[in-house]
Design a protein. Structure first.
Ligand code: GLC
Length: 576
């Protein structure tokens, strides 16, 4: 086995214990790392040599645009066009070595998945504009799964981009942007201009013989909550498109610039806030039913942070763009400080909270939010390993939701909201608590579930969110792509491979369900759709990321050096 050194883009990796990781990767190959110094580039190459053993569906890749760090951006207020132009690190599969190694068959599920993904494509006046949430022919109960959901389309879009098919993504971005412009009302109340739809569908007008788009901004969804995550995903996807295609013309259009600003104006307006986190209603994201995720849920905070950083890389510093850039920069600094300090939980921090005094006034208060130690749930003491940690579900006045949420923690890694040490700690926890968080089907949406009295009070007795089902501790295959991306970014692709193996043993056989139930995720979900598009696309994205880890640049941001945290020393960050 030859270990060659390719140039790898730095944003792929956090600062980790390279030698240890290298040894972990080499062990199965009967090798140990030598010398005390080894770059992360080398470490990844070990992995790449395996990745190269598999062929790609489409080897040709378009230029990617480079990425500026936030410090560069804030210092110069935004753009430095030259950087956009330089393609960063060619695809590893363009290297001569790769051709020699492309000798394995792809998993048969890949072809099936592509077929199913293509069957879900939606066309509008001749152009592909998205994918249906599910194409489940086993039931007549369509509900709203015959719509294109913004959040659901993200993994589809990434799969298409990774395969060099950017058209559908471009049309999607443009159509949803047009929908943002339409008037949105719930009864007599007008929604904010920047709100992006949760979903849309194509309706045919037989009289005018024309198709038109009908959007839902939350007014027809359960609970009537506007999707706060849609706008963030839209911005993140616009950057992914730009990064993957090198086509700057889309993000630079006045329409896209305006769209970004409108989305962010909803979040950056001054108000009564005392925290930089975003205050939300329950059910305003992937968990779109009452689950006690109101207030400051981690999923929204992580997406907010990532969207702010993506916006910063695309906004032009002209006119009101400059003002927006300034606001973003300030918010990012405050948000990263707040999240890294107050949402972070590891053994050390848990012990501190356990010993908190309450009723502290003044600036010197240690227990800043007046969290009552008695409110710490029993499970968390056993769950927390000595090594490892995570961002808790929610922090607000006298409120700490100790539940672990998959999406928020993965996006924290991808956006570099988590410091490199925190990212590694999140992965450590995942390895330690594999049975609880992954079990037999990746990945639990949250852990643990709510039951009994808590379930009655918090979910409002929701029969779909019973314990270990659906949003309440169910296992969602779509989360595989986020897990895989986080694994690749932290240099631990072997974890993702374990998860992919589990998916490959069941997902296709079970007809690509939306979610699984049970403590171990062993049962197809009670009311799960079959042929759920994001389960299919999530698998494809995970596979393509493992095959060509350079794709990670599309959905990952490097750490910003200016935002180095001022964080208390903790057991799981020995280097600090
Ligand atoms: C469910 C999920 C939501 C998803 C939608 C379409 O409502 O909770 O996250 O977007 O289905 O798949």
């Amino acid at each position: 086995m030859i270990f060659s050194v390719y140039h790898r883009p730095p944003e792929i990796f956090g600062q980790i214990d390279i030698k240890e990781t290298l040894n972990r990767l080499m062990e199965p190959l009967g090798l140990r790392a030598v010398g005390s110094h080894c770059s992360l580039s080398e470490m990844d190459d070990l992995d790449l040599t395996r990745a190269l053993d598999k062929p790609r569906l489409k080897i040709e890749r378009k230029r990617s645009f480079d990425e500026r760090s936030m410090s560069e951006l804030s210092a110069g207020y935004g753009r430095h066009d030259g950087l956009y132009d330089s393609p960063r690190g060619r695809s590893v599969l363009d290297t001569p070595l790769s051709s020699a190694r492309n000798c394995f068959e792809p998993h048969p599920m890949m072809a099936e998945a592509w077929e199913a993904l293509r069957r879900s494509m939606v066309f509008f006046r001749g152009h592909p504009v998205g994918t249906l949430a599910a194409v489940d022919n086993t039931t007549d109960e369509v509900l709203n799964y015959d719509q294109v959901f913004v959040r659901d389309f993200v993994p589809s879009a990434l799969a298409f981009l990774m395969n060099g098919e950017s058209d559908i993504v471009k049309h999607f971005l443009l159509k949803t942007l047009q929908l943002q412009d339409s008037e949105k009302r719930v009864d007599r109340f007008k929604l904010g201009k920047g709100v992006m739809p949760a979903s849309f569908k194509v309706r045919h007008d037989p009289v005018r013989e024309m198709d038109h788009l009908v959007a839902d901004f939350g007014e027809t969804a359960i609970g009537r909550v506007a999707p706060v995550d849609s706008g963030f995903w839209w911005i993140i996807l616009l950057r992914a498109y730009t990064k993957s295609t090198g086509d700057l013309t889309l993000s630079e259009t006045p329409e896209c610039q305006k769209g970004i600003k409108l989305i962010l104006s909803l979040c950056l307006a001054e108000g009564f806030d005392t925290f930089p986190t975003l205050l939300c209603a329950d059910g305003c994201s992937m968990i779109d039913r009452r689950m006690g995720v109101y207030g400051y849920p981690i999923e929204i905070q992580a997406l907010f942070y990532m969207a702010l950083r993506c916006a910063l890389s695309m906004l032009k510093p002209d006119g009101d763009g400059r003002e927006c850039i300034e606001k973003i920069t300030k918010r990012l600094h405050a948000l990263s400080f707040h999240m890294r300090n107050y949402f972070w939980l590891d053994h050390h921090q848990l012990n501190d909270i356990y010993r908190y005094k309450t009723e502290e006034y003044s600036h010197t208060a240690v227990n800043k939010f007046n969290v009552m130690p008695d409110s710490i749930p029993e499970w968390v003491f056993d769950f927390m390993p000595l090594r490892g940690g995570y961002f808790v579900g929610n922090v607000g006045p006298a409120h700490m939701d100790f539940r672990w949420f998959a999406l928020g923690n993965c996006v924290s890694i991808l956006s570099s909201l988590a410091t490199p040490d925190q990212s590694m700690a999140i992965m450590d926890l995942l390895e330690h608590r594999w049975a609880e968080l992954v079990g037999e089907m990746p990945l639990k949406i949250c852990y643990p579930c709510l039951e009994g009295h808590e379930w009655r009070i918090i979910t409002g007795c929701d029969p779909k969110n019973t314990r270990w089902s659906y949003h309440n501790g169910g296992s969602w295959p779509v989360l595989l792509w986020q897990l895989t991306a986080a694994c690749i970014k932290t240099g631990r692709p072997q974890i993702a491979r374990r998860a992919v193996d589990l998916i490959e043993s069941r997902l296709h056989r079970d007809c690509w369900p939306e979610y699984y139930d049970g403590k171990l995720g062993r049962y197809v979900g009670k009311q799960a759709r079959k042929y759920q598009t994001w389960s299919i696309a999530g698998y494809l994205v995970a596979k393509m990321l493992l095959e060509d880890p350079s794709h990670i640049g599309m959905i990952s941001l490097e750490e910003d050096k200016l935002m180095k945290p001022v964080i208390k020393r903790s057991a799981s960050w020995p280097q600090l």
